[in-house]
Design a protein around this ligand. Structure first.
Ligand SMILES: C=CC1=C(C)c2cc3[nH]c(cc4nc(cc5[nH]c(cc1n2)c(C)c5CCC(=O)O)C(CCC(=O)O)=C4C)c(C)c3C=C
Ligand SMILES: [Fe+2]
Ligand SMILES: [Fe+2]
Length: 347
């Protein structure tokens, strides 16, 4: 069999034009794993309400962070793909769950090169219904309908993988090496609490309280909240951060349902109001810098902190295409490719 890799990230609009943003948000928010209500209600919420106001607001936000080459998320993902491609011996294609390049075109690109054994690598450290799961479901649908010759293998969420944690810890230490900050906030993309309960395979573990995510359970294989806490705990351990020096929050909530708490914007405000002057923030749910890190955190978050008396707001960049991250992903890919090779030779 001939091997190849499909890297998948979230995706961005084609441009900052509100029409393009509307098209992108339509595809994104009509996904039943993102807004998980019955179709007619979802269509009413998305097409009847959100798409009438949000595209203009989001387009203005994209305008603030857009690069000459395009969306930061896409450009950074392309750089990552190119670098991995030059480090590994197998073809590497890049796709987005929403927008372009589509997952179908990514699989087609690999199929055109004769690849029939694909490693699917969702670029999300933690599992979530709205990210990893929707990629896996679509990949399986596409495989069945258009690429029956392709065998798919998936890289599981790597939230607690020592290689990933080492790179993340190093990226944090490089930015705040002298520990001259009062608090490090680990801000993860939020999800509605309902998503966490839906992903609970035991149907009884998840309470979204102070202890369920710390109590061992098979539910944690699919628990975004647990996985965010674990990434944080393990990285803090590597950095030898005392407990009072770091905490977790969740950003980017949308709509009126309860989302995971505490909310990042309110946490930053509270820090400033309590007299904190120097804080740092890291966003480990994102592998590539994007609207949510460059605008919501680096611009809006900074503004909130400074408005309430904060003085230094240090943002740790995402892993993007840093060399040690490229090497880590390339090693995982080579290990997969060589393992299959060995199995085949032994057969
Ligand atoms: C309503 C639901 C949303 C859920 C659930 C959600 C989960 C989720 N998203 C990411 C990663 C990203 N989201 C980004 C943008 C973004 N997210 C939502 C909504 C939900 N996300 C919206 C409406 C938008 C668009 C921008 C806006 O209008 O605010 C991005 C940035 C994309 C970019 O082009 O830069 C990322 C990345 C994760 C990891 C996640 C669940 C864990
Ligand atoms: Fe999102
Ligand atoms: Fe939990």
């Amino acid at each position: 069999m001939s091997k190849g890799v499909l890297l998948v990230n979230l995706g961005s609009p084609d441009s900052t034009n509100p029409k393009d943003v509307k098209k992108y948000l339509d595809q994104f928010l009509m996904d039943e794993r993102v807004i998980d209500v019955p179709y007619l209600l979802r269509a009413f919420i998305v097409k009847g309400i959100v798409l009438n106001t949000r595209p203009k607001k989001s387009a203005a936000a994209y305008e603030k962070i857009w690069w000459d080459e395009g969306s930061p998320l896409i450009v950074l993902s392309e750089r990552l793909q190119e670098k991995i491609d030059s480090h590994t011996g197998v073809p590497i294609a890049l796709a987005m769950r929403y927008g372009k390049p589509s997952m179908k075109s990514g699989l087609q690109e690999l199929a055109d090169k004769g690849v029939d054994d694909v490693l699917l690598l969702p670029l999300y450290p933690q599992f979530a219904m709205a990210t990893t799961e929707t990629i896996l479901v679509l990949a399986e649908q596409l495989q069945k309908e258009f690429f029956p010759q392709i065998k798919l293998t998936t890289v599981p969420p790597f939230y607690n993988h020592p290689d990933y944690l080492t790179v993340l810890a190093r990226s944090i230490a490089e930015t705040i090496d002298d520990l001259d900050f009062e608090h490090l906030l680990f801000s993860y993309h939020g999800v509605p609490e309902r998503h966490i309960k839906k992903s609970d395979i035991t149907n009884s573990h998840c309470k979204i309280d102070g202890s369920c995510c710390q109590t061992p359970s098979p539910a944690h294989q699919f628990c975004y909240r647990h996985q965010c806490f674990e990434t944080t705990r393990l990285v803090a351990e590597m950095l030898e951060l005392p407990e009072e020096k770091y905490s977790v929050s969740f950003q980017s909530r949308l709509g009126f349902d309860p989302w995971l708490k505490p909310y990042t914007d309110r946490t930053i405000e509270k820090f400033g109001l309590n007299g904190m002057k120097k804080m740092a923030i890291v966003t480990p749910a994102f592998v590539s810098d994007c609207l949510e890190t460059l605008e919501e955190i680096a611009m809006e978050g900074k503004e909130i902190f400074e408005e309430v008396g904060g003085e230094e707001f240090t943002v740790i960049p995402c892993l993007n295409d840093r060399e040690d991250w490229v090497k880590t992903l390339s090693r995982w890919i080579d290990e997969w490719a060589n393992k299959l090779e060995t199995k085949k030779e032994n057969a």
